[in-house]
Ligand binder design. Sequence first.
Ligand SMILES: [Zn+2]
Length: 106
Amino acid sequence: MSKIFKTNRKEMCVITECPFCGGTSEVEVNTEDYFDYMDGILLVQEAFPYLSPSDREKFVTGMCDDCQADFFGCNDEDEEDCSSDNDEDDCIDPFGLLESFDDIKF
Ligand SMILES: [Zn+2]
């Protein structure tokens, strides 16, 4: 049973709260993709291929842009450089936070 197509319509706005500074961020996603992710059918990068790495981080951990920049040492402006020059994992999820935060929120 595989999905035949995705609409790629971002019709749902997810509000996330940053675990570090308490600031809120908004991430727009497709509703079906959201439920596929929440049901554990798809990984975040599979469910939301259209989100930037920082938006995915926001969605999963709630971490806002500012805290991501502080924490990972990179931000949206030089994101391209970051991921092309380095192993993407170094920049995005150096300590496996994506998994550990998964259990805390929602
Ligand atoms: Zn923050």
